[in-house]
Design a protein around this ligand. Structure first.
Ligand SMILES: *[C@@H]1O[C@H](CO)[C@@H](O)[C@H](O)[C@H]1NC(C)=O
Ligand SMILES: *[C@@H]1O[C@H](CO)[C@@H](O)[C@H](O)[C@H]1NC(C)=O
Length: 439
């Protein structure tokens, strides 16, 4: 009792009540909250279990060959915590060295009480073209691999899964020779039982959205790792008839420079396009391009946003965004301005930049956008310190000769705040051009 009493008193003195209003910034470096590294879950599938969203995708940290199918969790779609790998590289076989494992997707089977993971399984030269199946008892735990097959003997390359509202599972599978298929899965989801539909068009990256009684099938053209104008088709039955294909993103924008991975539906009125912006020369640098979809009857549209507020998790209102330029900040040690950005951040002499008057209208947790440049191929890192808080390690993917955005959540207090970007472990950070954060 005495202990509890002391604890409660301390908690009341220390806890600052904060509202939460975060942003999703398409194409930004997305540092996981517990690793200090860009999220490695490319070609991802998503599933909600309890109050958390899980992002399950390819780990490309050490190249294009299979390493892990990683799992991250988030309560709000903006802050992601690395939880573990569902399957990892083994000594031999489908999941051995030099293998291709892509586009993992998980659905939960209510009858068997198993999470069922499908993924594209291939040899390094993409000649096998199969699906692999694994099952797990918990969404983000270790999965047991059960092997691979060609659905009804057909090639399957880019794939997706769709779970209908009645629980029926479907495999979406691209066959380079014949087209794009939908197969119905068996009751336990471990095999395909019937061909549901075949499009003769040669499209890949399939994903299905259901809204009311309408199905929307999304896909991309075939252009390797380069983006193209992705398309969708609609139907009121999975067996069709399916409509002709139309674009949904601004024409010529190459789907805002991305490829469909998944369509997430946090609730029945919200659909979010989850895409990948692949960087072929270093797939680990690929970023996540997520935008809300506007669905109106049979028409789906997607607009460009530099950022948007995710539809879940917020407990406050978004204020006006304010930009803080590096030229108005305080540079210390070797840090100096060049081409509109503060260079020589970090390093052995710990160059740093301090923004001393970051305004906040209340005590709140916000997304801090850091505009930076980094010509290095390898990622750079820096420590971001807000007021007297613990420094956070933040990654900055190469921007080559351009500018990029790296995002990190920060706790701001009402009034003025100080944000310092400095060395992480003596390494060089990126060139810092500006910060942007809502008041
Ligand atoms: C899957 O179903 C096919 C028939 O459609 C059958 O030939 C095959 O053996 C089944 N695979 C497994 C692992 O049960
Ligand atoms: C680097 O400089 C910043 C800002 O002056 C300081 O907060 C931090 O402790 C320094 N880090 C190291 C490793 O010296």
């Amino acid at each position: 009792m005495a202990f509890n009493f002391v604890f409660i008193v301390l908690a009341c003195l220390c806890a600052v009540q904060r509202t939460l209003q975060l942003q999703i910034v398409p194409g930004a470096t997305l540092t996981a909250v517990n690793t200090g590294q860009h999220v490695q879950a490319h070609g991802a599938g998503f599933i909600k279990v309890g109050d958390l969203y899980y992002m399950i995708g390819e780990d490309k940290a050490s190249g294009s060959n299979f390493q892990n199918v990683n799992c991250y969790s988030s309560p709000n779609l903006a802050e992601w915590t690395y939880v573990g790998a569902l399957v990892s590289r083994g000594a031999s076989g489908d999941l051995g060295p030099g293998r291709v494992v892509e586009r993992p997707k998980v659905i939960y089977n209510r009858q068997t009480k198993k999470y069922v993971l499908y993924m594209h399984i291939d040899s390094g030269n993409y000649k096998e073209a199969k699906v692999g199946v694994a099952t797990g008892d918990t969404v983000c735990g270790k999965y047991t691999y059960h092997g691979s097959y060609r659905p009804q003997g057909h090639q399957s390359r880019d794939m997706g899964l769709f779970q209908d509202t009645d629980g029926t599972g479907y495999l979406l599978a691209e066959d380079r020779e014949a087209g794009l298929r939908i197969f119905q899965l068996s009751a336990d989801y471990m095999n395909v039982t019937a061909l549901t539909y075949l499009w003769k068009e040669k499209y890949e990256a399939p994903a299905i959205l259901k809204r009311g009684s309408t199905y929307y099938m999304f896909a991309s053209h075939l252009s390797g790792w380069n983006s193209n104008d992705n398309i969708y088709s609609t139907a009121t039955k999975m067996t069709g008839p399916w409509s002709g294909w139309k674009t949904f993103a601004p024409s010529g924008s190459k789907t805002l420079n991305s490829q469909t991975a998944y369509i997430l539906t946090p609730d029945e009125n919200t659909a979010i396009y989850m895409g990948d912006r692949w960087i072929e020369k270093d797939l680990s640098r690929s970023t996540y391009v997520w935008h809300p979809l506007k669905v109106n009857g049979n028409t789906v549209t997607m607009e460009n946003h530099e950022y948007w507020n995710p539809p879940v998790g917020a407990t406050g209102q978004a204020g006006q965004e304010v930009t803080y330029a590096a030229k108005d900040a305080i540079l210390k040690s070797v840090a100096k301005m060049s081409n509109g950005a503060a260079g020589y951040i970090g390093g052995p002499d710990n160059g740093s930049i301090t923004f001393s008057a970051i305004r906040s209208s209340s005590n709140q947790r916000r997304t801090l956008k850091i505009y930076y440049g980094s010509g290095d191929k390898a990622p750079r890192y820096a420590s971001v310190t807000v007021n007297d808080d613990k420094p956070q390690k933040v990654q900055f993917l190469s921007t080559e000769s351009g500018r990029g955005i790296s995002v990190v959540s920060v706790d701001l207090r009402a009034g003025k705040n100080t944000i310092t970007i400095s060395s992480f472990n003596g390494g060089w950070g990126p060139d810092i051009a500006s910060l942007k954060v809502a008041e």
